[in-house]
Design a protein around this ligand. Structure first.
Ligand SMILES: NC(=O)c1ccc[n+]([C@@H]2O[C@H](COP(=O)([O-])OP(=O)(O)OC[C@H]3O[C@@H](n4cnc5c(N)ncnc54)[C@H](O)[C@@H]3O)[C@@H](O)[C@H]2O)c1
Length: 280
């Protein structure tokens, strides 16, 4: 049997917002290694330029476009740059984010609320809008957005973050309804705690972030950004050809398993609880 050495994204063009750090950086690196031309669209020019230099050094095609995702013109410009430099847009990853407003809802400042929603949700609206304009013309494309387990249940994040990430799930299904007829697939991913600079900031250090991520994982190991990038690669590729309007939860079981059941049921001696019908 002959194996193909084709790269999975050969000839494709991707824009990754927040592409200079964490999940976005891992995605930029993986997509470039798989043959895509990558537009790293981030507000952090220093990290973005450095990453692009790394990618060019391995022979990949990449450019940095300084982009503030709260500014519609910036997001539009990132897409325009993809088309101007590389001729098309196949994959849009709406990834940029921050933790945003924290603390009691009773005292949340309206400007902090709006700033959080702007970075986490307006950005996804802008990304879908401008990517889809190009993709409708091409009649193909994949749009992937970062939600979170905070976007599918309560108690997993701050209020504004939770609201925004639920919004990403809603906009994903709504936009997929409009753009499916053009062959455009639109999905979101919802990771649990993943060890990135965002979580290092929250936990105080990389070591603390690694410990925390492993401790809360039912699988017992910390989720890493490279692993989220692999899921995005799958969703961008032919294995996901008929997957659209979905939010794929990547959480090591956090939202669907519970240690309580181990204590209450699974670790007890095997027996049958409740009246048992006599065999007929
Ligand atoms: N790390 C996690 O545990 C986790 C879990 C679920 C979802 N997410 C989501 O994944 C995405 C990436 O998070 P991360 O953990 O990799 O964070 P990160 O802090 O490592 O990276 C975020 C990137 O977004 C960029 N950014 C922030 N504000 C921006 C703006 N206004 N315009 C453009 N770029 C901006 C930053 O410069 C940075 O490069 C976010 O949407 C986050 O909410 C993260």
């Amino acid at each position: 049997m002959k194996f193909s050495s084709l790269q999975q994204l050969e000839g494709q063009v991707a824009v990754v917002t927040g592409g200079a750090s964490g999940i976005g950086e891992s995605t930029s690196r993986l997509f470039a290694a798989e043959g895509a031309a990558v537009v790293v669209a981030d507000i952090n020019a220093e990290r973005g330029e450095r990453l692009v230099a790394d990618l060019l050094a391995i022979g990949a095609r990449a450019i940095f476009v300084r982009t503030d995702v709260t500014c519609e013109d910036d997001v539009a410009r990132a897409v325009q740059n993809a088309v101007a430099h590389f001729g098309r847009l196949d994959i849009m990853v709406n990834n940029a984010g921050v933790v945003g407003a924290i603390g009691s809802l009773l005292h949340t400042d309206a400007s902090d609320w709006k700033a959080t929603l702007s970075i986490l949700l307006d950005s996804v609206f802008f990304g879908i809008k401008h990517a889809a304009r190009q993709m409708v013309a091409q009649r193909s494309g994949v749009i992937l957005s970062l939600s979170s387990i905070a976007g599918v249940m309560g108690g997993q994040g701050p209020h504004a973050y939770t609201a925004a990430k639920h919004g990403v799930v809603g906009l994903t299904v709504s936009a997929a309804s409009e753009f499916s007829p053009y062959g455009i697939r639109i999905n979101a991913v919802a990771p649990a705690v993943t060890v990135t600079p965002m979580i290092e900031l929250v936990r105080g250090s990389r070591a603390a972030a690694l410990d925390y991520a492993a401790a809360i994982s039912p699988l017992g190991s910390a989720q890493m950004p490279e692993e989220i990038a692999q899921t995005l690669l799958f969703l961008a590729g032919p294995g996901a050809a008929h997957i659209t309007a979905q939010t794929l939860i990547i959480d090591s079981g956090v939202t669907r398993t519970s240690a309580v059941a181990n204590d209450k049921y699974h670790s007890r001696p095997n027996s049958f609880v409740g009246p048992k019908l006599a065999p007929v």
